[in-house]
Design a protein around this ligand. Structure first.
Ligand code: GDP
Length: 288
């Protein structure tokens, strides 16, 4: 090796710790709210309240259209809600069973929330992120889109059940009608349906079918906008405003506030945990 090559190699080696540090920061996720609270205020607000942060970019006129304060918990409430999603000796979070028909679904007394959305919308990733404080819970992510043909039930301690519904848009409507429609129409302890929309592409035709179904059955549902880390801020703002307009003008049962999330950066995940704890009656906040 020449002296020059040696110097170059040594230089690169010396740069390694700094590069690793950068990589570590870039890959770091903020799964617990305590970690979020240690961040500088601006970054903390962006992770905790992504919709409010987006709203700040808008002109005063457009700002009026976004319902950012319908659910407005305190930072303390968001911290408290985390215990519901954390495995402890007294709070077991576990996968219960899967079912292809409603009469095979577990009969539980707890309130239930379900997640529906097109294949590839980011449903499994979102459920994984929500359950990241219970890492022993296995959320199966199917490799092939549309492969999850079952309803998967997860028990969150004595608090509530989470149901991961099969993705639609692939081989639907047969699977959808057989399983999802019957479930949505007949599940008695279903408290809230979370309908996932990919924020990159907005509401698609199959999403409209699912929205129509929720409206027809007069279900209370909530729109969650996934993958918000993937778009530029301008694109995201455009999508959010379009979807908000749609919710305001075309829906009855949809909760007025949108929940933008990223399962990669954990933006919006803590707020969503708090919302779920709240609507299932496990956290009393003044925020709703
Ligand atoms: P599902 O079919 O709805 O369960 O979707 P998955 O959770 O399997 O996600 C589909 C693809 O989108 C996968 O490649 C994920 O890694 C990716 N994905 C999911 N959520 C996010 C997110 O918040 N941000 C980014 N950048 N990618 C995501």
């Amino acid at each position: 090796m020449t002296a020059r090559a040696l110097r170059l190699a040594t230089g690169k080696l010396l740069e390694l710790p700094a590069a690793l540090g950068r990589l570590n920061r870039a890959c770091r996720t903020f799964q617990t709210f305590a970690e979020v609270l240690r961040l500088p205020t601006r970054q903390m607000m962006k992770l905790a309240f992504p919709l409010q942060e987006l709203q700040r970019q808008l002109t005063p006129d457009s700002r009026l259209h976004l319902h950012v304060k319908t659910f407005d918990p305190s930072l303390e409430d968001i911290s408290k809600a985390e215990s519901v999603f954390t495995t402890t000796g007294r709070n077991r979070i576990e996968y219960l069973s899967s079912a292809v028909r409603l009469d095979h679904a577990p009969d539980l007394p707890h309130p239930e929330v379900c997640f529906i959305g097109r294949s590839n919308v980011g449903k499994s990733s979102l459920i994984k992120a929500l359950f990241s404080l219970a890492p022993e819970v296995e959320v199966r992510v199917s490799k092939k889109p549309g492969h999850t043909k079952k309803m998967n039930f997860f028990k969150v301690g004595k608090y509530f059940t989470v149901v991961d519904m099969p993705g639609y848009g692939y081989r639907a409507p047969e699977d959808f009608v057989d399983m999802v429609e019957t479930y949505l129409k007949e599940r008695r302890n279903l408290m809230r349906t979370f309908l996932l929309v990919d924020s990159v592409v907005g509401i698609q035709k199959t999403d409209s079918i699912a929205i129509g179904m929720c409206e027809e059955f007069a279900l209370p549902y909530v729109m969650v906008l996934t993958k918000i880390d993937k778009s530029s801020r301008g694109h995201l703002l455009k999508q959010v405003l379009q979807i908000q307009k749609f919710v305001d003008s075309e829906t009855q049962g949809c909760f007025p506030q949108l929940f933008p999330v990223s399962s990669v950066t954990y933006s919006g995940i803590h707020l969503l945990r708090c919302f779920i704890a709240n609507i299932t009656g496990n956290l009393k906040t003044d925020g709703l």
